[in-house]
Design a protein around this ligand. Structure first.
Ligand code: HQG
Length: 193
């Protein structure tokens, strides 16, 4: 599959598995799994072309490891990023003492000045990164990026719960602004936010 075709198919699969399974006329179970055969048939019904080999390649080569097959490889799900209410059975884990959140500079007014903190917005969780450069890339998806350091050490002490997705993204329900601090951006932005 060519890179552009693969990227746009991946965007569509991510839409189906995270937000809108009905876009392919399929359903996810309560754990976020879609039946692989149904997914492929559903995608093909929309006029796009997908077969098992192409789907396997998308899963294998995804830079962020967005998708997983189950052991039997008959089911597939997104590892994180959902807006549909599914339980992807993530383990509760203790994060490092500091995590990072990348956002658009224009959102800082609501997050910090209005003291709303980080809210999960359209998704089930606030997404946090283990390193500052990754956070900056995530923020750059929305505009001029700013990076917030999250005092997860204090949050843990205060009883907040953290989960980590299969592909290493840290998730929590919300981050009040008392745990946040703006930090300097990272020097280098690489591709693939
Ligand atoms: C912001 C990508 C105003 C928040 C990434 C973010 C990630 C507020 C935006 C994953 C706010 C939501 C998630 C408040 C939060 N006022 N704005 N109180 N609280 N926000 O896309 O974290 O490529 O839902 O800062 O790599 O950007 O899709 O979340 O800017 O892991 O696989 O509201 O998506 O992965 O945006 O990104 P998003 P996100 P994929």
């Amino acid at each position: 599959m060519k890179r552009n075709a693969k990227d746009s198919m991946s965007v569509f699969i991510s839409l189906i598995l995270r937000h809108k399974p009905e876009a392919a006329g399929i359903r996810l179970d309560q754990y976020g799994w879609a039946d692989v055969k149904e997914l492929i048939e559903g995608v093909n019904r929309t006029g796009r072309k997908l077969d098992l080999a192409a789907l396997e390649e998308i899963v294998r080569t995804d830079v962020k490891g967005r998708y997983s097959f189950d052991e039997s490889r008959t089911r597939i799900r997104a590892n994180q990023g959902h807006s549909v209410k599914v339980n992807v059975e993530l383990e509760e884990l203790s994060p490092p003492d500091l995590l990072y959140h990348g956002t658009a500079t224009r959102f800082l007014g609501s997050i910090l000045n209005k003291r709303e903190g980080l809210k999960s917005m359209g998704r089930l969780y606030v997404h946090l990164s283990a390193d500052r450069c990754t956070a900056e890339k995530v923020g750059a998806r929305h505009g001029i990026p700013s990076v917030l350091a999250v005092n997860t050490k204090q949050m843990k002490e205060d009883g907040y719960v953290f989960l980590r997705s299969e592909n290493g993204v840290w998730l929590t329900k919300n981050v009040p602004c008392r745990y946040l601090q703006i930090i300097a951006a990272c020097d280098k932005i690489e591709s693939d936010a």
